[in-house]
Design a protein around this ligand. Structure first.
Ligand SMILES: [Zn+2]
Length: 293
């Protein structure tokens, strides 16, 4: 097992040393003690330079064998083809640019780029003593990420799967109608309920507000539908749920809806589990994925 660096771009830029499957020193930009900075406003070239600086610092403690970077969006062959939540990265040849920047610093190692939710799935697979052959994870944040380990070639934008034929369901960040993210995404919830933050919405649902309670059911049914669609394509198994909005999840409600949606006997036996520390796990996963390739 080697010593690699995992990078993650979410609301912050994270870079950490991963030795085997253990996370060591981590750099975070911007410093959480400093005022918040929206990464959407940071040009792509600056993001490469910030990550380069983080890796240069981390590599002072000893040699590294590879770098793996997790970014939101559609990432194929080291290129960010689309990234609705960090739009300035669209088209960025992130693996090649980062590799060249590091090489000029004397860190001449392979660099891979993967989807951030795939990195999280890889991190769960590396650190959980799971016998499951397939790890699937839903990341519930501004957008809805879907990760799978082992990684399958393809697009896998399951957060944008269509879970309703209602033409009024139009809140997805990508603009598509009827998408899972258009119901479940944080930004989508704020657009739907202009008078209530998502935290208030789920609190109101618990206190019996009918409109909030109806939406809370829809929110859970949407995630169960996403999982049911995945089960009908990829088979049953365990679904991990991570991200800031995982705290709103009622596992019993999800499991009940899933039972209504998956009836074939060979497809039974799936369940949901909430996973914490998802940033650490995604950094570990990005690093371990960079070694496997
Ligand atoms: Zn969408």
């Amino acid at each position: 097992m080697g010593r690699s660096i995992g990078v993650l771009a979410t609301r912050y830029l994270w870079a950490g040393i991963v030795d085997g499957d253990q996370l060591g020193d981590v750099k975070i930009y911007p410093d959480p003690a400093q005022p918040q900075l929206d990464l959407k406003t940071v040009p792509a070239g600056d993001i490469i330079q910030i990550i380069r600086g983080q890796i240069r610092e981390l590599a002072k403690s000893g040699p590294v064998e590879s770098v793996g970077a997790g970014f939101p969006g559609v990432i194929r062959c080291g290129v960010i083809q689309e990234s609705p939540n960090l739009g300035q990265l669209k088209g960025l040849r992130v693996a090649e640019e980062l590799r060249a920047a590091l090489a000029s610093d004397g860190i001449d190692v392979p660099v891979t780029a993967i989807n951030d939710a795939d990195a999280l799935a890889a991190g769960i697979a590396a650190t959980h003593q799971t016998l499951d052959t397939v790890v699937r994870v839903w990341y519930l944040g501004d957008g809805i990420g879907y990760g799978r380990h082992p990684h399958n070639d393809g697009v896998w934008e399951a957060g944008h799967m269509v879970v309703t034929l209602d033409p009024k369901e139009r809140f997805c960040g990508c603009g598509g109608i009827g998408h899972l993210e258009g119901i479940m995404g944080h930004r989508a919830m704020r657009l739907r309920f202009l008078d209530m933050e998502p935290e208030e919405l789920f609190a109101e649902a618990r206190h019996g507000d009918a409109r909030a309670a109806d939406f809370c059911k829809l929110w859970h049914r949407a995630l169960s539908a996403g999982a049911a669609n995945s089960i009908h394509l990829d088979g049953p198994g365990r679904f991990y749920i991570a991200g800031p909005n995982a705290e709103f999840v009622d596992l019993n409600l999800l499991g009940g809806y899933l039972q209504d949606m998956v009836k074939m006997s060979p497809l039974q036996g799936s369940y949901f589990e909430i996973v914490h520390d998802s940033h650490d796990l995604a950094i570990i996963g990005a690093a371990t994925a960079s070694r496997a390739r």
